[in-house]
Write a protein that binds this ligand. Structure first.
Ligand SMILES: Cc1cc2nc3c(=O)[nH]c(=O)nc-3n(C[C@H](O)[C@H](O)[C@H](O)COP(=O)(O)OP(=O)(O)OC[C@H]3O[C@@H](n4cnc5c(N)ncnc54)[C@H](O)[C@@H]3O)c2cc1C
Length: 297
């Protein structure tokens, strides 16, 4: 499967549209262009399921160097460009002391982000990593309270997690979830996942944290705007987030209307897992990518 996808010419052109390039310089250049268009950015260095401590260390260094480059390019002021980190890229899956290693490496990235004047958000991966990821977030927030985390509405536990996380200063990105999960822990129909998203959204908007609404779904974006009005939140009190290359015109429309709109920009050569999650794991997302190739709406 990997061989097929990585060698297919069409995959290459899809990758070019959704991934900023192979190196940090490509990512910084794309971030600069998006910033020029009034958009905020979260950069993700592609890679996950790291199996060795050395690789986890290299991934961590990639982020600290990237943050210095973003600062040098003048892109970190007011958190304009921040970074997103996958716990398994920085060691969570290591057989020995994985959780401790990931927590230490995320702390190192947070220190570099603070130095650069910006923030870090910890991505959420497979449901089996949720407890460990939230423990890491709670721990690292002791020193870096602005560390963001992600909640996936597809998981049955998520409304409760949102309520628990909606504390002052708490940055929480809400997405539907991109990983398959068994029905004991996850909603399986699109309608249930969407209803759960609306419940989670309500908990975050009514709470005291900073909600980050990561979705391209027009209905959920509308619900988000309505909830913001109902809860008295102004444009500075929450943000929308979308993926690089998906609904770019909508991203610019929201930003032009005064909303904080952050684009999640992946870069790096290890793009296979990122692409496959959308192309292969979920039929709905295959249609989602196919449609986005045909329209730039
Ligand atoms: C910033 C960001 C960060 C993320 N981080 C994580 C994470 O840490 N962990 C994780 O598991 N997942 C993450 N995701 C992925 C997320 O969980 C979903 O898999 C992905 O965003 C698709 O879900 P959706 O909410 O956009 O809804 P979908 O149900 O996939 O799409 C909803 C609707 O959006 C509209 N739409 C979508 N694309 C287009 C298009 N190109 N043109 C026109 N209309 C379109 C259509 O109306 C579609 O029906 C992240 C997503 C974003 C945006």
């Amino acid at each position: 499967m990997r061989q097929l996808v990585t060698s297919a010419p069409v995959a290459r052109s899809v990758v070019a549209r959704y991934v900023a390039g192979d190196g940090a310089a490509d990512a910084v250049a794309v971030a600069g262009r998006l910033h020029g268009d009034g958009l905020l950015i979260s950069l993700d260095h592609l890679g996950e399921d790291t199996r060795g401590a050395r690789q986890a260390d290299l991934a961590t260094r990639e982020y600290t160097t990237l943050l210095a480059s973003l600062a040098a390019a003048g892109l970190t002021g007011g958190g304009a460009a921040e970074v997103s980190v996958k716990p398994t890229a920085v060691g969570l899956g290591l057989a020995d002391h994985g959780e401790k290693t990931a927590a230490e490496n995320i702390s190192r990235i947070c220190a570099a982000a603070r130095e650069a004047g910006t923030t870090v958000t910890v991505d959420m991966e497979d449901h089996s990593h949720v407890d460990a990821t939230l423990r890491i977030v709670r721990m690292v927030r002791g020193e870096f309270p602005d560390l963001g985390c992600v909640i996936q509405s597809q998981l049955r536990r998520s409304a409760a997690d949102c309520a628990a996380l909606a504390a002052p200063g708490s940055r929480v990105r809400l997405c539907k979830g991109a990983y398959n999960a068994p029905q004991e822990v996850a909603f399986t129909t699109r309608a249930e996942v969407d209803r759960s998203y609306a419940r989670c959204l309500r908990a975050l908007m009514r709470g005291d944290g900073y909600p980050m609404l990561a979705t391209h779904d027009p209905r959920l974006i509308e619900i988000g705007a309505a909830q913001a009005r109902l809860t008295g939140r102004g444009p500075a009190d929450f943000e929308y987030q979308m993926l690089y290359g998906i609904r770019p015109a909508e991203q610019r429309r929201l930003a032009a209307g005064g909303a904080r709109m952050r684009v999640y920009v992946p870069y790096g050569s290890d793009w296979y897992g990122y692409l496959v999650r959308r192309l292969a794991e979920r039929p709905a997302n295959l249609a989602f990518f196919a449609r986005s190739l045909l329209t730039r709406s």
